[in-house]
Design a protein around this ligand. Structure first.
Ligand SMILES: NC(=O)C[C@H](N)C(=O)O
Length: 333
């Protein structure tokens, strides 16, 4: 008995997967966000074999300009669709530069167990060996797979299935650009998903955040650590209204000695200080290692990279300014 085909909605936001270059040799020089969603879907007719799909053009932008307002609008649309009986799964096409942020944000704010898959490409559809068509086919196959339900927001790139929580863009110019420090969850091959692990952190239906209740995010900025760093960026962000600062720290979130006094002073004025790490390959920032977080009332981002830490801090601040609660949130999500 043939199973009923899943109903999957494709929310298109732009990026290289909708990009176009002047010639087939242009794999890295092209314009992102050119091809509309209907044309994108028409270019991969095989998708009709794995699901019934319909497309919605939410934005047409390059993801380096994905603002908090874009994030909120997209997440609210995903949430609304996930409540519809005639929707079994949702795919979001997205630029790869900030794909990891959007996938993480949806993972902790959309209260559904239906599959949500974020996908992009490293080469425009006009390029030789373009990766977008197969990535999109794989995303739809994953969104249509009952086994993908309840695993949080997923990212399919290069035949791999990653959790949106962990995944990060680790290479700029190759199709194997996305890595998860704790490993991918599985693979999608010829329209079939294969699973090898599942996320243990809180997400979607088990999250305390609900995008339906969030209409704005407080300003949270990131300052990059290095040996010759000064307090200027941190102080400027705070003066411009930042409620929290993410320190993209060296090593285990360490802070150069010229920056420490400024961060302590900003904390005394109410700015939340979060130590994360600029080291992308794995590991985590340990509380009270490198800096006395208990004494300074700082928070550590644990294994979340600075860009994901920015979003989790902003979400936490929609509910509390208590640093004990913010630290708990970092350990649970
Ligand atoms: N590969 C890509 O999608 C890069 C592009 N700049 C974007 O993020 O929209």
């Amino acid at each position: 008995q043939a199973a009923k085909k899943a109903q999957v909605v494709i929310l298109a936001t732009g990026g290289t997967i909708a990009g176009a270059g002047a010639s087939a040799a242009n794999s890295a020089t092209y314009q992102a966000a050119k091809v509309p969603v209907d044309k994108l879907l028409a270019s991969v007719p095989e998708i009709g074999n794995v699901a019934n799909v319909r497309g919605e053009q939410v934005f047409q932008i390059a993801s380096e300009s994905f603002t908090n307002a874009h994030l909120l609008q997209l997440a609210k649309r995903v949430s609304a669709l996930s409540k519809q009986k005639d929707v079994d799964g949702i795919v979001i096409t997205h630029g790869t530069d900030t794909l990891e942020e959007t996938a993480f944000f949806l993972n902790v704010t959309v209260r559904t167990s239906k599959p949500i898959v974020v996908v992009g490409s490293m080469r425009p559809g006009t390029a030789l060996s373009a990766d977008g068509a197969l990535n999109l086919y794989n995303a739809v196959a994953t969104a249509a797979a009952p086994a993908a339900a309840g695993k949080g927001v997923l990212v399919t790139m290069n035949d791999q299935i990653h959790t949106g929580r962990d995944v990060s863009k680790a290479v700029n110019v190759r199709p194997d650009a996305f890595k998860s420090p704790w490993g991918e969850l599985g693979m999608v091959v010829e329209g079939q998903t294969h699973w090898f692990r599942a996320p243990v952190k809180r997400h979607t239906v088990n999250s305390e955040f609900d995008i339906d209740q969030i209409d704005a995010l407080p300003q949270v900025d990131i300052a990059y650590g290095h040996g010759n760093a000064s307090p200027v960026a941190y102080q400027a962000f705070a003066a411009a209204g930042a409620k929290a600062l993410i320190h993209a720290g060296t090593g285990n979130g360490s802070v150069s000695k010229d920056v420490v006094p400024a961060l302590r002073e900003l904390r005394s004025k109410g700015v939340v200080i979060v130590r994360s790490s600029r080291v992308g390959g794995g590991g985590f920032v340990l509380r009270n290692a490198e800096q006395p977080d208990d004494d300074y009332d700082w928070v550590v981002a644990h294994d979340l990279n600075p860009q994901k830490a920015r979003l989790l801090t902003a979400l936490a601040l929609t509910q509390t300014t208590d640093t004990k609660q913010i630290q708990r949130i970092f350990l649970e999500y």
